[in-house]
Design a protein around this ligand. Structure first.
Ligand SMILES: C[S@@+](CC[C@H](N)C(=O)[O-])C[C@H]1O[C@@H](n2cnc3c(N)ncnc32)[C@H](O)[C@@H]1O
Length: 277
């Protein structure tokens, strides 16, 4: 493939910012620095590793899956086939949880992250909150090993433990904060998802069952067994699930105290506490 016309090909394949993506591929896979790229001092034809990556991109593979990592809240998280590609919308949960941590500076936070995937939520909070410790759980063994790798890379291993399990399975202690971004897409909607999602994110990370709310029911029904009385819980939700969540939280005798919007203005995160808080 000749270099000329590459950007147009990428654009035609639906890549919104081919300039940026080419620069990232040249930098991260080709080892070219920005100066060499901006001065056009790169070989033509491009090295095979870059051409191969471009072929994958033209075939619809997300850039993060080609590179094997995604930036989340300013840090690099490595991915594998068992992990969700972390989403910018999930940074809403980080902001909400950090705000609560700031309002409760006297606590040494113990955090439980259910459905941890890459570990991006738990590890980001541990990196941002000095002295906090946490446990991340995932049903997927391969996701857990990727979260462990990310903990090592981010030098957070001493404050983060990861284990395989079915939601609260194997969890015996209580926590000051319980967070989760569980699978919340209705099973019947999954075939209609964009191909870059349904072909590259694991189904275990997406499928929220018939109602889309199945994981929340399990999380809420067990919350009181593991959340300390004056603790707080933060769950990511689908853009159209705020009303349903409100109802569900009340059904399980907890209180939905706040809803946080994402950057698009959609309801994205709920804060849940005990009813009397
Ligand atoms: C939407 S992904 C979220 C991943 C990560 N926390 C993030 O925000 O990028 C949901 C995660 O829940 C995990 N999961 C699904 N069912 C589970 C279960 N029964 N018990 C524990 N984890 C589960 C999936 O493997 C996946 O990693």
């Amino acid at each position: 493939m000749a270099r000329a016309g590459l950007k147009e090909k990428l654009r035609a394949a639906g890549v919104e910012n081919p300039d940026l993506e080419l620069r990232i591929l040249l930098r991260d896979l080709g080892g070219f620095d920005d100066t060499a790229i901006l001065l056009g001092r790169i070989p033509d034809p491009l090295p095979a590793v870059i051409l191969n990556a471009i072929d994958q991109r033209l075939a619809g593979k997300p850039l993060s899956r080609i590179l094997g990592y995604r930036e989340f809240y300013g840090r690099r998280f490595y991915l594998n086939d068992a992990t969700l590609d972390p989403r910018a919308d999930s940074e809403t949960l980080i902001d909400a949880a950090l705000q609560w941590a700031k309002e409760n500076p006297y606590r040494t936070l113990r955090i439980l992250d259910l459905g941890t995937g890459t570990g991006c939520l738990l590890l980001t909070l541990l990196a941002e909150i000095e002295n906090a410790t946490g446990v991340g759980v995932d049903l997927s063994v391969d996701a857990v090993s990727m979260a462990q790798k990310n903990a090592r890379t981010l030098k957070l291993k001493s404050r983060a433990a990861f284990q395989t399990g079915n939601w609260f399975e194997g969890i015996t202690e209580s926590f000051d904060m319980i967070i989760s971004n569980p699978p919340y897409i209705r099973s019947d909607v999954i075939p209609d998802l964009e191909s870059n999602v349904k072909n590259h994110d694991p189904i275990l990370a997406l499928d929220g069952g018939m109602s889309g709310l199945e994981a929340y029911k399990i999380l809420l029904s067990n919350l009181k067994n593991h959340l300390v009385k004056d603790g707080a819980s933060f769950f990511e939700i689908g853009f159209d699930q705020a009303e349903d969540m409100h109802r569900l939280v009340e059904k399980y005798d907890m209180k939905l105290v706040r809803i946080y919007p994402d950057l698009g203005g959609h309801p994205r995160v709920v804060k849940i506490r005990y009813g009397d808080k």
